[in-house]
Design a protein around this ligand. Sequence first.
Ligand SMILES: CC(C)(COP(=O)(O)OP(=O)(O)OC[C@H]1O[C@@H](n2cnc3c(N)ncnc32)[C@H](O)[C@@H]1OP(=O)(O)O)[C@@H](O)C(=O)NCCC(=O)NCCS
Length: 175
Amino acid sequence: MWEIRQERAEDAPLVEALNAAAFGPGRYAKSAYRLREGVAQEASLAFVAVEDGVLRGSVRFWPILVGNDPALLLGPLAVQSAQRGRGIGIDLMRKGIAAAKELGHAVIILVGDEPYYARVGFTRLPPGRLKFPGPVDASRVLGLSLKQGALVTLSGTVRRPRLDEAVCAQGAGMG
Ligand SMILES: CC(C)(COP(=O)(O)OP(=O)(O)OC[C@H]1O[C@@H](n2cnc3c(N)ncnc32)[C@H](O)[C@@H]1OP(=O)(O)O)[C@@H](O)C(=O)NCCC(=O)NCCS
């Protein structure tokens, strides 16, 4: 059985390798990647699944703004290909969502498959309510309220809250 714990500095290269294997080079062209580029992730919300000393999966969150409201962007979420279907992905997300709630975040959004993310409570947002930097499939824009009503009032342009110089200097917001 795996253990979910917070990502540590020494996990980062393994997490990046996992994301590279799961998403391939095409990930850099995605709208979600553009929102992460040059911005540090929410370090307190990065979790890894470890089993027998092996990193099996990872979830990270990024801070974003929707209109002028702070929100979180879930992802990347990835599990080693040979370990999928065991519940690791859901377990990682549950930990991350619970921690985000505890830290007082109001809402999480993501771009992904609704049938999967519905398992942890995500629902589709009305098409056009959020405007991403670049094209996204409207049926894949999902959200989860951590505070009552937070999703109902969420609308506008999705953008980066700031640029972090240290991340810019590395040349990436990896993943
Ligand atoms: C998506 C991913 C993280 C799921 O991780 P996982 O550990 O296999 O997921 P879980 O074991 O918690 O859940 C598996 C269940 O979800 C279902 N599921 C997985 N991906 C799904 C999808 N895209 N749509 C609908 N259902 C899906 C599986 O069929 C399985 O169902 P079952 O429990 O009825 O057998 C993993 O497949 C992965 O790393 N994929 C490549 C990267 C990726 O696409 N990430 C998501 C985008 S951010």
